[in-house]
Write a protein that binds this ligand. Structure first.
Ligand code: FAD
Length: 490
């Protein structure tokens, strides 16, 4: 069966997909189909399951690969990972966006992105975290950071001082998560058709042009057709759709028995994520009692403070670490009610290691192969810099405000965690580069009619949480499609 008539088909209803579908249907007369592999819980927050509504939780319902290693987690529901994530917003340094601009064009530099960042901040309804909402551990952590000389940063979601401590604003109304679907999609717009529970399998490519997409809904395959196709299935999902379509490293595709439509070696390569290690602490009876009282009164956010810090290798004037004081129910494993995991987690924000996403077969139901590549850079920079992060976490824990509330609980865990910020597997860059999949407006090199607009197109990782940069990039690309400033090409 073939269904046509769309101006745009947006493939993946996550953060970027909701921005694009929302903004494009603001233009009267445009018909936009939004294809999402997970469910849609409707327009109002009241229809959403409790776990997905509570901004204090990182729910494991409605995720891809929920039983796998933690780095595989990502939302499988309308709103994508914004429906299951930590609701934090921070912003990068000018140098991060200069890296993008060097590969994608000057519209990606920090100054040019500013209006789109602001648009996203407004649309997501970001709010500050008032003193009264801070846990006893978060309050003490701000005092600890001040004791070490970190200045307080007023707005963590904007360009700001390179080092310091602050409270990232959150996309929550009260304690209710406002995900990208709720923030961007207006169901009453006649041009918008949401297709939930619909898996984008592969693109139909004819003579270098995308002319359809094979979608599986309720076990039935159909081909949807549009003028333009926008791939927004995320850093793990978008390369999968391309590879199943025969777009990727030709040798790998042949090995899988997939007919090669276009040899694009960079598809799935260049996976970058922020790795972490945690300094675990044993909370004092006083801290445990305070956390218990706060949990009973108002619930607990596991972390509310981020400190921008620098490893020994980090040049002055910027940062390459986030230190996050954490206190709450364990993210993994369990503790008896009324007991809490406490510590300081160090995240490496400019890692040099690179991983890879590939597929085991052409079967769209087969989970992707994800090799995060944490701490594998040949020079060992990442391991050393993250070690510096743990040392700085130890300095924080040794300050007066923290050491009176928690004591060392043995050596830091050797396990490497993640901030859940994968990017880079469909990286932007010039058309003659073997490292590039798309240009600076998300247009796929060598194919007509296809753009990618999600976190996968970031060629390097910004030193911040990735939701706000994804929102801002999608805002920029949506405006380009609407033809207000720049033309996104054919
Ligand atoms: C647990 C967790 C915590 C996080 N915490 C934060 C945080 O606090 N702050 C922050 O800034 N960032 C956070 N992030 C990262 C942030 O959520 C991502 O950077 C952002 O969601 C990326 O947007 P995206 O559009 O690229 O992908 P996503 O939002 O993941 O959207 C991809 C969408 O595509 C759908 N999809 C995938 N494949 C297919 C297919 N074949 N067919 C149809 N649909 C498909 C998915 O179901 C999903 O809805 C977190 C992420 C996770 C997983």
């Amino acid at each position: 069966m073939a269904t046509g008539g769309f101006d745009y088909l947006v493939l993946g209803g996550g953060v970027a997909g909701c921005v694009l579908a929302g903004r494009l249907t603001e233009r009267n007369g445009l018909r936009v189909g939004l294809v999402e592999g997970g469910p849609d819980h409707g327009p109002g927050r009241e229809g959403w399951p409790g776990g997905l509504r509570d901004a204090r939780l990182l729910p494991r319902d409605e995720v891809w690969d929920g039983d796998g290693p933690p780095y595989r987690l990502r939302g499988k529901v309308l709103g994508g990972s914004s429906s299951v994530n930590g609701c934090w917003h921070t912003w990068g340094a000018p140098g991060d966006f200069a890296e993008w601009a060097a590969l994608g064009g000057p519209h990606l530099c920090a100054g040019a992105l500013e209006p789109y960042r602001l648009r996203a901040v407004r649309a997501m309804g970001l709010r500050e975290v008032p003193d009264g909402e801070l846990t006893a551990w978060a309050t003490a952590s701000l005092a600890a950071a001040a004791e070490l000389g970190y200045p307080e940063i007023a707005d963590m979601a904007a360009l700001g001082p390179p080092r310091g401590a602050g409270r990232p604003p959150i996309n929550a109304a009260g304690h209710e998560r406002v995900n990208a679907a709720q923030a961007y999609l207006r169901r009453d717009r006649p041009g918008l058709e949401i297709m939930a529970g619909a898996l984008a399998d592969r693109l139909v490519i004819e003579r270098g042009r995308v002319t359809g997409v094979r979608v599986i809904r309720g076990g039935v395959a159909e081909t949807l057709r549009a003028e333009r196709y926008l791939l927004t299935a995320g850093t793990y999902g978008s390369p999968g759709v391309l590879l199943r379509s025969g777009v990727g490293p030709a040798d790998d595709l042949r090995r899988l028995g997939i007919e090669v439509a276009l040899d694009l070696p960079a598809v799935g390569a260049n996976l970058i994520d922020h790795p972490s290690r945690t300094l675990r602490l044993a909370p004092s009876p006083g801290l445990t009692a305070a956390l218990r009282a706060q949990e009973e009164a108002d619930g607990l956010y596991p972390s509310q403070v981020a400190i921008k810090a620098g490893s020994a290798a980090c040049p002055p004037g910027t940062w390459d670490l986030h230190l996050l004081p954490i206190a709450g129910a364990p993210l993994f494993g369990t503790l008896p009610p009324g007991h809490y995991e406490v510590g300081v987690t160090a995240f490496l924000m400019k890692p040099r290691s690179r991983g890879r996403v590939s597929i085991p077969s052409a079967d769209p139901a087969a989970p992707p192969i994800i090799e995060p590549g944490f701490l594998t850079d040949p020079g060992g920079h990442d391991r050393t810099a993250l070690g510096d992060g743990l040392r700085l976490a130890g300095e924080l824990a040794a300050t007066g405000p923290l050491r009176t509330r928690a004591s060392p609980a043995g050596p830091p865990s050797a396990a490497v965690g993640t901030y859940w910020h994968p990017v880079g597997t469909c990286a932007m860059g010039p058309g003659d580069s073997r490292d590039a999949v798309v240009d600076g407006h998300g247009k796929v090199h060598g194919l007509s009619g296809l753009w990618i607009a999600d976190a996968s197109i970031m060629p390097s990782i910004p030193r911040c949480n990735t939701q706000l940069p994804t929102l801002a990039l999608a805002e920029l690309l949506a405006e380009a499609f609407l033809g207000q400033r720049t033309s996104p090409g054919a």
